[in-house]
Design a protein around this ligand. Structure first.
Ligand SMILES: [Zn+2]
Length: 269
């Protein structure tokens, strides 16, 4: 089955036409994991599971939102039931720290990183407590620090067994370390772009297929040939198609293997 393991159909970008966007997923007979980025969007992700087939949810507070609201473990714990298959997205976002987003702008860099780490570790505790997979968000942007290797060390040290490095945009070398440690790599729309994605395409070609997940990160990261439009989960098929082309295999093989991978990682039934 085709599965988009990282989507945000729970976001307000779909408030006007969510039913139609999801109807297109249901017509395709595909599965979707909607990922929370704040408490409210986590709750919406769960509610969507009631109305649609093969919909699953992840709950968490995105690292760019760590000052917008508190991550209260007990509140998130209260959300968790059999519709929830993962905790996250969580991790470090160095890129948005350097951009000095509104909620970061008056704070020293070290303080923001410490805050992101504190919230990240709480997510890992919540995942361990509930035996759930973790959806990791990492983004480079600070000179001298490599976000993915730092996050890899943290999840290993914490004893996390099941995790995906969502929208992986690091090096092939660190990608190999991640998959050798047993974790998954999420590949998104940029793999279909025409420029500046050589390393990402190498990763899509060389990382073992049984460690790859396909994602959209809708409404962001829209793949070709829809680049410039709002993204939606059905376009994950273009990601599958590109990976198939790069590896010289059929699109069906990519769809089937990534479905098996998602079932393993998130224990879907
Ligand atoms: Zn996301």
């Amino acid at each position: 089955m085709l599965i988009d393991t990282h989507s945000h159909l729970n976001f307000k970008a779909y408030d006007k036409d969510r039913d139609q966007v999801i109807a297109r997923c249901q017509e395709k007979g595909m599965a979707v994991i909607n990922v929370g980025a704040q408490f409210q969007t986590s709750r919406t992700a769960i509610e969507l599971c009631d109305d649609y087939n093969n919909f699953y949810a992840s709950v968490g507070l995105h690292p760019i939102h760590v000052y917008d609201e508190d991550f209260e473990i007990k509140d998130y714990q209260a959300l968790i039931d059999d519709r929830v298959v993962a905790v996250g997205e969580t991790g470090y976002d160095f890129y948005h720290i350097t951009l000095k987003r509104d909620n970061f702008k008056d704070k020293p860099q070290d303080e923001i990183i410490a805050k992101q780490k504190e919230v990240f570790l709480k997510h890992l505790d919540l995942a361990l407590e509930n035996d759930l997979a973790v959806i990791l968000h990492g983004r480079n942007g600070i000179e001298g620090r490599e976000v993915y290797s730092e996050m890899l060390d943290i999840v290993k040290e914490k004893g996390i067994k099941r995790a995906v490095f969502h929208f992986y945009s690091g090096s092939l070398e660190i990608g190999k370390k991640i998959t050798e440690a047993g974790y998954y790599i999420g590949i998104d729309g940029p793999v279909t772009f025409k420029k500046n994605v050589e390393e990402l395409q190498e990763i899509a070609k060389l990382i073992p297929l049984d460690k790859i997940l396909i994602e959209t990160d809708s409404p962001y990261l829209t793949p070709e040939p829809h680049r410039g439009e709002r993204n939606e989960s059905i376009y994950v098929e273009h990601v599958a198609e590109k990976i198939a082309e790069l590896r010289g295999i059929s699109k069906d093989e990519v769809i089937e293997q990534t479905w098996q991978n998602a079932k393993n990682l998130f224990r879907l039934d």
